[in-house]
Write a protein that binds this ligand. Structure first.
Ligand code: KIV
Length: 272
């Protein structure tokens, strides 16, 4: 692994800022459980996002909307038990921060207190800025999330690339600046044109983490189950699959079934 930061004992939001300044790309993946988070951490991942994509890949929901605060805390607690080096950030789930800033602060505090995570992520710009400021003023690190924000999928009506038109692109740039001025330590940019990802990255001092936002952002994030090939129906252009784990697991399970049926398992050495 080539990283000037590989000997860093604990990645903090300040380390991410240093990475941006030194031009080192930030590698982020999602995780939702103890076993996977441990593998990611020992592999040297910089940041783990306990994303509300857990709603899709762990709970089998069609969208991220149904997952609850208690469920996010359960996932975050499991991840925190495995992680030493990586920065761990947790999504505030839909419906736990849009109401008002007091509710948002209470939700963020519950995540920090009950899971021990290092910060939270929130979707939106100007609409949620009061909540972002209130959470930040309690000393909780916040990363924003703009572009295709999956909690708003019913408003968008489609998962197509966002901010291709000037009005939406201008609002995204303005929102990114607002989040930086409020004190966010970074912004996730999802499924937007690469040149817009580059523009936001050049204008902001804080790091940008892209998912379908091109190569000129400060870091990349993917959903673990997608990049490992555990999920297979979801195939956006931005997704690179590094493995076909679904196929591998199916092969192993079928071999086990055959062994059991043919009494090939357990053998002499596998019994007492
Ligand atoms: O929930 C999630 O996994 C996310 C990433 C896709 C950025 O928000």
């Amino acid at each position: 692994m080539t990283s000037k930061f590989k000997d860093v004992k604990k990645v903090t939001t300040h380390v991410l800022q240093e990475m941006k300044l030194k031009g080192e790309k930030i590698a982020v993946l999602t995780a939702y459980d103890f076993s996977m988070a441990g593998i990611l951490d020992e592999s040297g991942i910089d940041m783990i996002l306990v994303g509300d994509s857990a709603s899709n890949v762990m709970a089998g929901n069609r969208t991220t909307l149904p997952i609850t605060l208690n469920e996010m805390i359960y996932h975050a607690k499991s991840v925190m038990k495995a992680v030493g080096r990586a920065l761990v950030i947790v999504d505030l789930p839909f419906g736990t921060y849009q109401g008002n800033s007091k509710e948002a602060l209470n939700s963020a505090i519950r995540i920090m207190k009950e899971s021990g995570a290092n910060g939270i992520k929130m979707e939106g710009g100007r609409e949620i800025i009061e909540s972002v400021e209130r959470i930040l003023s309690a000393g909780i690190p916040v990363i924003g999330h703009l572009g295709l924000t999956p909690q708003s999928i019913h408003k968008f009506g489609t998962y197509v690339v966002r901010a291709t038109q000037k009005e939406e692109a201008d609002k995204l740039v303005e929102d990114a600046h607002l989040l930086e001025e409020a004190g966010c330590f970074g912004v996730v940019l999802e499924k937007i044109p690469a040149d817009l990802g580059e523009k936001v990255t050049n204008e902001l001092k804080i790091p940008t983490i892209g998912i379908g936002a091109g190569s000129k952002v400060d870091g990349q994030v993917l959903v673990l189950h997608d990049m490992l090939g555990i999920t297979q129906k979801f195939s956006p252009r931005f997704l690179r699959r590094y493995h076909n784990l679904r196929e591998e697991i199916r092969g192993s399970v079928q071999a086990y079934i055959d062994d059991v049926k043919t009494i090939n398992f357990p053998n002499e050495r596998e019994q007492y």
